[in-house]
Design a binder for this molecule. Structure first.
Ligand code: CA
Length: 238
């Protein structure tokens, strides 16, 4: 067990593309730019992967077997947990009518094939920057504890709190959705990454350290342990 490994903070990109050579090319180029990648080759697989771990952005091909890219986009937009995920649609069609249809369905941007990987990467960065500014406040807070995603500083009632990267990432995941119970498996996937083998009790160890850093004296414990469930940021009835 190696719990000193830095957490995967790189943006998670889902590529949905049935043309394997193109999917591989995009994966290679995005990985070398520091993105973490998953590839789905059809719409159903894409929806399953989105359900497992929320991507920071989706690159979605229009022409897919069975469930089309447009339909995948529509379903993602119709679901509460996924409706704000930025989506860039890829298509061979350059017609204005199709472009408009893509935007109407909720795509954030639209790239016409053929394109260069560097052009797509520039679009990915631009869309992520734009949606992040539009949808996320840098400051997340709950019951006097605040976390600033811009400066990565954590403060509790004016007192600075120093956290390791793992504890910071754990707090960020928990505080993004107060009162939501996250199970250990989910926390392992998003904080440590799905390719890293870490035992579930490692989560408990880091939650203990996070609690110790957050709570001093008579301050209420803002982390709730849910027996056989996981953890939530929640002061309950205190
Ligand atoms: Ca295709």
């Amino acid at each position: 067990m190696n719990d000193r490994r830095p957490p995967p903070l790189e943006p998670f990109v889902l590529i949905v593309e049935d043309e394997t050579p193109l999917a591989e090319l995009l994966k290679y180029n995005l990985e070398s730019e520091g993105f973490r990648i998953a590839v789905a080759t059809d719409g159903e697989e894409a929806l399953l992967l989105v359900d497992e771990e929320t991507p920071d952005i989706i690159i979605l091909d229009w022409m897919l077997p069975e469930v089309s890219g447009i339909e995948v986009c529509r379903r993602i937009r119709a679901t509460q947990n996924t409706k704000d995920i930025p989506i860039i649609m890829l298509t061979a069609r350059g017609e204005e009518a199709d472009r408009l249809r893509g935007f109407e369905t909720g795509a954030d941007d639209y790239v016409v094939k053929p394109f260069s990987p560097s052009e797509l990467i520039a679009r990915v960065r631009a869309v992520m920057r734009r949606t992040r500014l539009a949808t996320e406040a840098d400051q997340l807070s709950y019951e006097g504890v605040s976390l600033d995603r811009g400066t990565r500083k954590v403060v509790r009632d004016g007192r600075s709190i120093h956290l390791s990267p793992i504890e910071y990432r754990l707090l960020q995941v928990l505080i993004e959705k107060p009162c939501h119970v996250f199970n250990r498996e989910y926390l392992l996937n998003v904080v440590w990454g799905r390719d890293v083998y870490v035992e579930e009790r490692t989560v408990d160890v880091h939650i203990r350290r996070l609690r110790k850093a957050l709570n001093q004296g008579a301050e209420p414990d803002i982390i709730r342990t849910v027996r056989s469930g996981g953890y939530a940021i929640d002061v309950g009835d205190i």
